[in-house]
Write a protein that binds this ligand. Structure first.
Ligand code: XBP
Ligand code: MG
Length: 253
């Protein structure tokens, strides 16, 4: 039986509920700055979220929802500039404290560190978004808690491809059999499972209807003392929050 050595976390929707009140708002502010009469409402964004990656999501929106848009000759450059503006707005939102961590995240990170487990991140989002979120919610020193922050365009293919998790594993010099992953979405779970990782899923408002076949367990949150999680799929035994004993039990199952 392999020994559990590390936990690898997704960011958006897992460490924090960033999409509806963070990324979506930042996209809209970038569109306004660019004098584009585009606006991604909460429901529209749920459809667009099926495409991982902000730049990819803008391109998909233009292809599917903007048939009359006068596409610039340098569409890649146009999308890159729009996305850079979006990232500036998103980082500003994070720094304003608008996006807290999800329940149980800070507790679990500290428990894992106390238990001597290593930590990694494997996310589709832009690296600056990760370090800003960590600094704004846990303090700048928390960035060093993670052996690797694998993010964004560091890999050629985005989730559901396994690339970003495989990259994190290789950077940590670990095999998937020595780690547990944490995800929130179907695309994320497909990515971590294709990388060979057992995965704990915590759903959110945008992913509650996703399919999570093969997950070690599916919960509505990690849970806190006095605020138990709800099990959506899988067996938590008598646990009421995700802690080391539950993670080890799921890892060995
Ligand atoms: C979710 C994503 C990201 C964000 C937007 O990432 O698909 O693209 O929605 O971030 P995760 P960017 O893997 O953490 O769930 O605009 O920086 O791409
Ligand atoms: Mg996610």
């Amino acid at each position: 039986m392999n020994q559990l050595k590390a936990l690898i976390f997704d960011v958006d929707g897992t460490l924090a509920d960033t999409e509806r009140d963070g990324h979506r708002v930042a996209f809209d502010r970038a569109f306004a700055d660019a004098k584009l009469d585009w606006s991604w409402g909460v429901d529209t964004y749920e459809v667009l979220l099926k495409v991982t990656g902000g730049k990819e999501r803008i391109r998909y929106f233009i292809d599917k929802f903007q048939p009359v848009f006068n596409v610039p000759d340098d569409l890649d450059g146009f999308i890159r500039a729009l996305h850079q503006s979006k990232t500036r707005h998103y980082v500003e939102l994070l720094r304003s404290g608008a996006i807290p961590l999800r329940p149980g995240v800070e507790r679990l990170l500290n428990e894992a560190r106390s238990a001597g487990l290593r930590l990694g991140i494997a996310t589709t989002t832009t690296p600056e978004n990760v370090t800003t979120l960590l600094a704004a919610t846990l303090g700048p020193e928390s960035i060093d808690w993670f052996d690797v922050i694998a993010a964004g365009d560091v890999v050629p293919r985005k989730k559901p491809a396994p690339d970003i998790f495989l990259h994190a594993l290789s950077e940590m010099h670990l095999s998937a059999a020595e780690c547990m992953a944490f995800e929130d979405s179907e695309n994320g779970l497909l990515s971590s499972m294709q990388a060979g990782l057992k995965t704990i899923v915590t759903v959110n408002g945008y992913t509650r209807n996703d399919k999570f076949d093969g997950a070690a367990i599916v919960l509505d949150q990690l849970g806190e003392p006095g605020s138990a999680f709800n099990v959506i799929a899988g067996n938590a035994g008598d646990a009421s929050l995700v802690d080391m004993p539950l993670i080890k039990r799921l890892f060995e199952t």
